[in-house]
Design a protein around this ligand. Structure first.
Ligand code: KIV
Ligand code: ZN
Length: 518
């Protein structure tokens, strides 16, 4: 395959989430989960699905057989060591596939030959001929892998590759099994092999990179530049040790940087997020927040400068659209780094239309909250804006509150209130901290209203969640009002809720004495 005119070379995507991915500690999937993942991979346009290692267990064999039966578009591959019974079992497992493949491998590096296999180079060459021939007698499509290729002397690697192609291998995979190569080395290895192996043009070359040095995707792209036209990768980059090259990263690198990497895949990138979620759920393996393409922060912006840029033009801080990978929308995460512009836009999205003064007030309160709270959710903003709107005409406002609470009572509240613009300080004890807070308010604003309800609930999750308190006060005449207050501190929310109810009573003309402290 060569580049003709402007046409891009096609790179095959070989997904090994269900084999190498499942080999990673803690990522085991059930039979049903494997079928679900295979369906998503097929729908997304993966060219080859490596469904498992049939000799490994009866469960693996069953899963590979069932995937082979149900997948109608993609090739289904089963892995086999260079052992006759492995190859027979893999052949048996994939035989019902529309497009079956046997993927067999053997180590070629000196360290593996000497310590793991205890075989000579010549013995391994014989094994390659024997096992690839056996596989080729079972299926047309045979992939052969030189395990630990990147630590194999190039002359011997050329000999092994030539042998495998002669025996009938149609795909040659040269894995960086231990994630040791650098991009230049890996690119060069493919160039040399393709130049020096006489029958190299009879096979498609494949990259398979592990991420031990964090270079799996960079190496895969370099291997493509070296002439490989198949990439072995996994969703979310799961796999042995530090994992494999992440499918979503390879696909999007080729798409976004088509200017310097003129290669195409058949992947429907808008399904990447869905596939990532399906795999994360199936193997209970969470995706790191800052994971490229599919992490929850991949399209989230918090810093004020970035949010400001994003509101003016999306491409200021995004190199691909969230929609292109199946994410509905960029999210402007509200936090202490957010600026006014982002806050205004957030409020607009939430349906609020505040005047300049109200907005400024709400923004000040939002900043104060963001300084105290790690995550500021929409619900938090809603609570603070609602409270802000409601309290705009209040005659009695909370300025500050200190409470001494704990096992050694009495509990004591020291409170500063703004009463019609005048600051009043009061101290009171109570049967518990909430009672002390309410007594302090009563001391400043004497009234006969009765507390009918006191309720607390968390606005969002986590121990730093805002507590929303509701307080219902009934006046002597029977009128009842409910006030709400929200704050990460439950006692502050309680004070705000009580004052909110009291202010409503005052507004209704119920007899209370806001100036009593005078
Ligand atoms: O990493 C590796 O070398 C492998 C082979 C089995 C292809 O996973
Ligand atoms: Zn591997």
């Amino acid at each position: 395959m060569t580049t003709a005119g402007n046409a891009k070379d096609r790179v095959l995507i070989f997904d090994t989430t269900l084999r190498d991915g499942e080999q990673c500690p803690g990522a085991t999937m059930t039979f049903e989960e494997k079928l679900e993942v295979a369906d998503v991979l097929d729908a997304m346009g993966v060219d080859i699905i490596e469904a498992g290692f049939p000799i490994a267990s009866d469960g693996d064999f069953e899963a590979v057989s069932e995937i082979a039966r149900r997948i109608k578009r993609a090739t289904v591959a089963g892995l086999a060591r260079a052992i006759s019974i492995d190859i027979a079992r893999a052949g048996e497992a994939v035989r019902h596939a529309v497009k079956p493949r046997i993927h067999t491998f053997v180590s070629t590096s000196p360290i593996h030959l000497a310590h793991q296999m205890r075989k000579t180079e010549d013995e391994v060459i014989e094994i390659i001929t024997k096992t690839v021939t056996q596989a080729r007698n079972l299926v047309e499509d045979v992939e052969w892998s030189a395990m630990d290729a990147t630590r194999t002397p190039i002359d011997y690697l050329c000999r092994a590759v030539e042998t495998a192609i002669k025996a009938g291998a149609t795909t040659i995979n040269l894995p960086d099994t231990v994630g040791y190569a650098t991009p230049d080395e890996y690119r060069d290895m493919f160039r040399q092999i393709r130049e020096r192996v006489p029958n190299a043009d009879k096979a498609i070359f494949s990259v398979h990179c592990h991420n031990d040095l964090g270079l799996a995707v960079a190496n895969s792209l370099a291997g493509i530049e070296g002439g490989a036209r198949q990439v072995e990768c996994t969703i979310n980059g799961i796999g042995e040790r530090a994992g494999n090259a992440a499918l979503e990263e390879v696909v999007m690198a080729l798409r976004v940087r088509g200017d310097v990497l003129p290669y195409d895949t058949g992947i429907d990138a808008t399904m990447l997020t869905r596939a990532s979620k399906a795999v994360a759920t199936a193997c209970s393996f969470p995706v790191q927040y800052n994971k490229a393409i599919v992490g929850r922060n991949a399209f989230a912006h918090e810093s004020g400068i970035h949010q400001d840029g994003m509101l003016k033009h999306q491409q200021t801080y995004e190199i691909m659209t969230p929609a292109s990978v199946g994410v509905t929308k960029t999210s402007l995460v509200m936090g202490k780094h957010s600026g006014r512009a982002a806050f205004r836009s957030k409020l607009k999205d939430m349906g609020y239309d505040l005047g300049d003064n109200q907005l400024e007030d709400a923004f000040t309160r939002f900043k104060a909250l963001a300084d105290r709270k790690k995550h500021v959710y929409d619900e938090d903003i809603e609570a603070l804006v609602d409270e802000n709107i409601a309290s705009a005409h209040d005659r009695v406002k909370l300025v500050s509150l200190t409470v001494i609470a704990g096992t050694r009572g009495p509990q004591r509240a020291t409170m500063k209130l703004d009463v019609d613009g005048r600051i009043v300080t009061e101290e009171a004890e109570g049967n518990g901290p909430v009672d002390a807070v309410f007594n302090a308010i009563k001391a400043v604003v004497p009234h006969e209203a009765v507390l009918e309800l006191y309720q607390v609930h968390a606005v969002t999750e986590g121990t730093d969640a805002q507590a929303e308190v509701s307080v219902r006060l009934a006046s002597e005449g029977g009128a009842a009002v409910t006030g709400r207050g929200a704050d990460p501190d439950t006692l502050v929310s309680s004070a705000k809720a009580y004052l909110s109810a009291l202010n409503k009573l005052i507004a209704r003309g119920v007899r209370v004495h806001p100036q009593a402290a005078e």
